[in-house]
Design a protein around this ligand. Structure first.
Ligand SMILES: Cc1ncc(COP(=O)(O)O)c(C=O)c1O
Length: 429
């Protein structure tokens, strides 16, 4: 059991609450991960707070005008009526239409209608409910978003098989990934999480890497394994280099092989700068599934929703429709994208134009909200604390080896100073 869970259990041990806890209740804890480190940074990061997976400009959150203004313009139904368990039909249809526009090779007739859930976290957790038992394992990148551990390991009792994705230097360590997936597929059905653009590295696989991965997954399915691929596309669309794979792998996976089930988990949280709206979508796709199968899967997912939050909130679903219909939205999204892309190029330039740092090496990055340094010979958590306490700089330590910098939340004019501080502090620690 996790140390933090044990610590909480021992505090509660002699109490009535401790005696009544369920197995799951005993396994749960609040990680000292991204959220806890962000709370610390909020207090002390007076120079720059590069912890948060939100996007800021001039100290204000990026927000689309269509989201800020309209509550008064919405009907009572659009605000307070219960939404159906799987979400408002119109909002689901809208997301399906957007999915096919953003992923031109996706065949809309071969996938399910997206099911609306209260945020991507909820979508991932429902997929864990449907497809993971205590004996199941999930192959996942190392490093990865810290919440996967709580969802799959603590909540479902499944195990994470962490595969070092970035050992090769410039891109994915494809040989390492291939070996790990082949080995796992010989033992049990292969379950794989793909998250591009990636949190924390900020990497999206290139088109040729995407092709290699597709060929590998097809070969594994051809050899007789069932394959589940979860595509966590939280940061979809924020690609900054021309060779980034600009379509979700879900497009190809959803029609690749009878033995492959792909599930796309996405939503407006990061793509549309709408973190607090708490909207996400879960879409199923497999070559072998017909409409009746999708109906059955959707009913199962609705069971998970009904038995947890009952349904997602209605005004957020209405706002998404409103936002999509507002002519200002595409231009504003393009402007925010340009701001993030310009910050990305600035950081690339900083790293390329400075001599290699003896203790920090950037993981490959080309997309999304973040970049991450691998720490060599220094502890990332100590570096994080030093940056926060001495310089008022908030960053996130992923264990002892990685330091994540969220450039989404730092204005470009502060980046030079921020990166100088990180370089100098790491050099003398
Ligand atoms: C990789 C990844 N997946 C899922 C999420 C969760 O998104 P949401 O806020 O919609 O639950 C995040 C948020 O930081 C993330 O980074």
């Amino acid at each position: 059991m996790n140390d933090l869970a044990q610590e909480l259990n021992s505090i509660l041990e002699a109490t009535v609450a401790g005696r009544l806890l369920s197995d799951l209740g005993r396994r749960l804890y609040f990680p000292k991960g991204i959220i806890a480190q962000s709370v610390e940074a909020k207090k002390n990061a007076h120079m720059a707070n590069a912890t948060i997976g939100m996007a800021y400009q001039n100290d204000s959150l990026m927000i689309l005008s269509a989201l800020q203004q309209p509550l008064a313009a919405l009907s009572p139904e659009a605000i307070v009526a219960y939404a159906p368990t799987a979400g408002l039909e119109k909002t689901r249809q809208l997301w399906q239409k957007l999915l096919t526009e953003k992923n031109p090779s996706l065949d809309p007739n071969r996938i399910s209608l997206p099911v609306l859930v209260p945020g991507l976290t909820a979508g991932i957790s429902y997929c864990a409910d449907l497809f993971f038992d205590p004996c199941s394992s999930l192959c996942i990148s190392q490093p990865c978003w810290d919440n996967y551990e709580l969802i799959f390991e603590q909540r479902r009792g499944a195990s994470l098989v962490k595969i070092p994705f970035f050992e090769a230097g410039d891109g994915l360590d494809f040989a390492g990934i291939e070996k790990a997936l082949q080995t796992r597929a010989q033992k049990e059905p292969l379950r794989l999480m793909l998250n591009f653009p990636h949190n924390p590295s900020g990497y999206t696989l290139t088109r040729s890497e995407a092709e290699q991965l597709i060929v590998l997954l097809k070969a594994i399915a051809d050899a007789g394994s069932d394959v589940l691929v979860l595509c966590d596309d939280s940061y979809f669309g924020l690609f900054y280099e021309p060779d980034c794979m600009q379509e979700s792998l879900f497009s190809q996976l959803s029609s690749l092989h009878d033995r492959i089930l792909a599930i796309k988990i996405d939503g407006p949280t990061k793509e549309d700068f709408a973190w607090g709206l708490r909207l996400g979508f879960v879409t199923f796709g497999s070559k072998s599934l017909e409409p009746a199968h999708y109906d059955a899967l959707i009913k199962k997912l609705m069971g998970a929703i009904r038995s947890s939050v009952s349904c997602a909130n209605t005004p957020a679903q209405s706002l998404l429709l409103h936002c999509a219909a507002d002519p200002r939205t595409p231009l504003e999204k393009a402007q925010y994208y340009a701001v993030l892309k310009s910050r990305y190029h600035f950081i690339k330039h900083f790293i390329d134009s400075n001599p290699p740092h003896p203790r920090l090496k950037a993981l490959p990055f080309n997309s999304g909200y973040f970049m991450t340094f691998r720490c060599m010979g220094i502890n990332a958590e100590l570096l994080r604390q030093e940056l926060l306490d001495r310089h008022g700089v908030g960053t996130i330590a992923f264990g002892s080896d990685y330091l994540r910098v969220a450039f989404s939340s730092v204005d470009q004019e502060h980046l030079e100073h921020l990166y100088r501080l990180i370089y100098e502090t790491a050099a003398v620690l």
